[in-house]
Design a protein around this ligand. Structure first.
Ligand code: FES
Length: 159
């Protein structure tokens, strides 16, 4: 009786409904395993991203003393004085325009936000201060910016 029922379930290609359900279950398990693997691997993505936020900007002599040097490709201002060097973001904290140097510090050409020399908001649409980034010297003597680590405005890499 069971044999007859199974024979009746076969379609034109000779597959039964049971075969279909078995294959479907196997493929669903494979898919679920694949998705679980992806979510497991995603936990490493922030570390990779952070690693990419470190980059070399050259040696101290690239930066004149008592001057903010704009690095357009990195969207950064590098400030060097007689003691050391610091790095501040050139991206406005309002909507992301590139800020410009001004007499009092920095200003944004988009909506007029103004920051002092420490990157603190003076006026305008921005409400967050500019972030300063950690710096260190690599073994080859080049300065490395780590945009994954924020520091206080007065913290510098002593040279
Ligand atoms: S983007 Fe700078 S003030 Fe709006």
């Amino acid at each position: 009786m069971i044999y007859l029922k199974r024979e009746m379930d076969k379609n034109k290609t000779g597959h039964t409904r049971r075969d279909f359900i078995k294959r479907f279950t196997i493929w669903a398990a494979v898919f679920a395993g694949f998705m679980a693997s992806i979510s497991l691997l995603r936990q490493f993505v922030p570390r990779l991203t952070r690693y990419q936020k470190r980059f070399k900007i050259g040696r101290k002599n690239n930066f004149p003393v008592n001057t903010f040097t704009f690095l357009a490709d990195r969207k950064l201002f590098i400030y060097r004085d007689h003691e050391g060097i610091r790095a501040v973001s050139a991206v406005c904290t309002h909507l992301g325009c590139i800020i410009e140097k001004s007499d009092e510090g920095f200003q944004c050409p988009c909506h007029g936000s103004r920051y002092n020399k420490d990157g603190e908001v003076i006026s305008g649409a921005a409400v967050k201060d500019l972030p300063w980034y950690s710096l260190h010297k690599d073994v080859d003597g080049q300065i490395v910016v780590d945009q994954g680590r924020l520091v206080d405005p007065d913290q510098k890499l002593y040279l």
